[in-house]
Write a protein that binds this ligand. Structure first.
Ligand code: GLC
Length: 693
């Protein structure tokens, strides 16, 4: 029986320019360039320039640091995590949907495609991925990140960075603890060193250390009372001393920089989008007063110049504009959508049969619903809505209703398919200067969700249909977890389709009619009630971050989710047949045999969690330490191999750093955080490992 690796770092890192550049040469070129510069020219490298480059129908590239006299090209920065946010571009499914694919190899391809479209538009820095942990599903920008779990987030973000850096510089964001939206400019995130390193930073570290991200964007908020943009613990000690980061730090826009000398000394390299605190006269004044040493200016400028040389920006590769919204990228967007849908309930109603007469219900069915209208917004020339997809699926017979039809009408249909959910007016990046009702293609106000339930009109739509129809299927459009508890029992099937991107409608039709077997798994649990997540104040100015949130928090309270992290159904049946946990030199090799016991081909996601038993420190009951996606034809069996390094089993001690504690470690394997039929326990004592009986 064949064995495949759950995660192949070499494959994920393939083509990443940051890993291919000659560091010695880059360093000498950067130093030679620095030596020719005046202080004024050095300062020009440290801030954005007003306005933006010439960008076709829509300005969207933010420039910084052009010095054509010295042959130094500008950075041309542009968002974002869902696609190129300038002009028209391929709108991929939102990152939360891609998180549901649990497929880093696929995410690397998405990073490559978006990076290529940014390069085709003349950009060279992609302001993505967003890898802020989903501490609470109500976060306004939940859709823009991948997960509630740091391990899962780490691999997905790493894959995106490595893919994008085949073409442009990536910039994971927002560093760090940007987990609340409405008060993001002022909120102070309190956290102790252990929770910071163990829970809120590992996914950033993965992109920096394994992915060699060329830059990182600091966050607006404070951490332990100091703005991230001038937080030397984050920007110097952790990023530089602990992780060896060689790229540059750019601020978040406008309020991301709060000072001149404190920010520059703490390691903020580029103020974006333009100079305010980093204006020539302000920096020169600070240098004259001895508040900033010229060595510090040189240090920061070198970080900027190194990346320009490392990525060969002096000889910008030309990518044809034809690559924007090219067929290859559109079909990738469809593939991603198809692998992201999560089937949460199916009482014998899906897949649909072509001969069935369907009622397609809800305004959202015929609405372009691509997600947030903040900085992650992407406009596509054409968007396939659920209506378009079903209408164009050969053989589908359906009638569309904007609202719930009367009972006597619905009786004439075999199945009612309701498209319900959120739009950009319910969640998204909080831009206080804008109104909530912005229409057309404008930016919108966004903000956190104070309730996890659907808007009342959506719940009423579902209620009206499910009380009249023979069978009801709900297609749920969302960027995060939803409290579906009030209506889940009244419907026969629930498919989470997220904000499914510009090709979503085609993916939806193929999944509804069984051409595609749903294989997405929840990247964030769906609760039985809002209260399961504990306190959630969207106006908070002080937030305490700890070790426990999401499934870790429910485990602490010995509670079950309505639908747990990692959960998802299929049109077929998978089974774990055997598990072998073997000790290698400095890691464990875990080989899991999985079989497809059903009649149709499908993909499953095998998950590996580790629990530390009789630990002397407070620990989560279990933590995800491995996942792998497996494509299995009907009646076939395959092995999946996980590698779990000892470093992934350590806890962080403020004095001692990372510690591999002498205690029991239970490896549990299954198909969700609450479905782990196989486990094996090992004991670590002093320096040796032994398997427990
Ligand atoms: C915004 C966002 C950030 C984005 C930047 C540029 O404020 O927080 O994610 O990259 O501005 O658009």
């Amino acid at each position: 029986m064949s064995t495949i690796k759950a995660f192949d770092l070499k494959e994920i890192r393939r083509g990443n320019k940051a890993l291919e550049s000659d560091k010695t040469l880059v360093d000498s070129l950067a130093k030679a360039s620095l030596e020719t510069m005046t202080l004024e020219e050095k300062i020009e490298q440290l801030h954005g320039s007003k306005g933006s480059g010439d960008m076709g129908t829509e300005k969207g590239l933010y420039w910084s640091g052009e010095n054509s006299a010295k042959g130094i090209p500008p950075f041309k920065m542009v968002d974002g995590p869902r696609g190129l946010r300038a002009g028209f571009a391929t709108a991929f499914p939102v990152p939360m949907a891609r998180g549901a694919s649990f497929d880093p190899t696929l995410e690397r391809r998405v990073g490559m495609a978006i990076g290529e479209e940014v390069a085709a538009a003349g950009g060279n820095v992609l302001l993505a991925p967003t890898v802020n942990l989903l501490r609470h599903p109500g976060w306004g920008r939940a859709q823009e990140t991948y997960s509630e779990d740091p391990f899962h987030m780490g691999l997905m973000g790493l894959a995106f960075v490595c893919g994008a850096q085949n073409f442009v510089l990536a910039s994971p964001k927002h560093f760090a603890l940007n987990n609340l939206e409405t008060t993001r400019f002022e909120v102070n995130s309190e956290i102790d060193e252990r929770a910071l390193h163990e829970v809120y930073l590992p996914h950033f570290r993965r992109s920096i250390v394994d992915g060699c991200a060329a830059s990182i964007m600091s966050a607006y908020n404070k951490v332990n009372g100091t703005y991230c943009g001038e937080n030397s613990n984050l920007l110097e000690k952790i990023l530089r001393d602990d992780w060896g980061f060689e790229g540059f730090v750019e601020s978040d826009w406008l309020l991301g920089t709060r000072s001149t000398a404190p920010a520059i000394n703490a390691g903020m390299d580029i103020e974006m989008p333009a100079a305010y605190w980093f204006k020539q006269e302000k920096i020169e004044d600070s240098v004259a007063k001895g508040e900033i040493l010229t060595e510090t200016i040189d240090r920061n400028v070198l970080r900027v110049l190194r990346q320009k040389f490392a990525f060969g920006l002096t000889s910008q590769i030309s990518v044809s504009k034809e690559r924007i919204e090219c067929e290859e990228h559109l079909s990738l967007a469809q593939e991603v959508a198809e692998k992201s849908f999560v089937l949460l309930k199916n009482e014998g109603v899906l897949p649909l049969k072509a001969i069935q007469n369907i009622a397609l219900i809800g305004k959202l069915a015929a609405t372009e619903n691509l997600g947030d209208r903040g900085s992650s917004m992407v406009r596509s020339t054409h968007v396939s809505t659920p209506f378009d997809g079903i209408e164009n699926w050969n053989g589908a017979s359906f009638t569309f209703f904007e609202d719930a039809p009367e009972s006597d009408v619905l009786e004439g249909f075999d199945v009612a398919v309701v498209v319900a959910g959120y739009t950009y007016q319910d969640e998204g990046e909080y831009i206080p200067t804008l109104n909530k009702e912005s229409s057309g293609n404008d930016l919108a106000r966004g903000g956190d969700r104070s309730s996890l339930r659907l808007p009342i009109d959506q719940e009423e739509l579902i209620g009206a249909v499910s009380s009249r129809a023979k069978k009801t299927v709900v297609l749920l459009e969302t960027g995060s977890s939803v409290n579906v508890y009030p209506w889940i029992d009244s419907i026969e099937a629930l498919l989470v389709i997220w904000y499914p991107g510009c090709e979503g409608g085609k993916a939806i039709a193929r999944t509804l009619y069984g051409e595609v077997n749903p294989s997405g798994r929840l990247p964030a649990l769906f609760p039985k009630s809002d209260e399961q997540f504990g306190e959630w104040d969207t106006n908070a100015k002080e937030v305490k971050h700890g070790l426990f949130h999401g499934y870790r928090y429910l485990d602490c309270k010995h509670e079950k989710a309505l639908f747990p992290f990692g959960f998802g159904l299929s049109y077929t049946e998978f089974k774990v047949k055997s598990v072998f946990v073997n000790r290698k030199k400095r890691h464990f090799s875990v080989i899991v045999a999985v079989s497809n016991q059903g009649k149709v081909d499908g993909d499953c996601v095998v998950q590996l969690y580790v629990s530390c038993l009789n630990s002397k420190v407070d620990r989560a009951k279990k933590e995800l330490k491995g996942f792998g996606r497996l494509s299995l034809p009907a009646n076939e069996e395959m092995n999946l191999e996980f590698e779990v390094p000892d470093s992934d089993l350590c806890f962080y001690d403020r004095e001692a750093g990372w510690v591999l504690e002498s205690c029991l470690y239970r490896f549990s394997i299954g198909f969700s955080s609450e479905d782990l039929p196989f486990s094996q326990t090992w004991r670590f004592e002093d320096t040796s490992w032994t398997k427990e009986a």
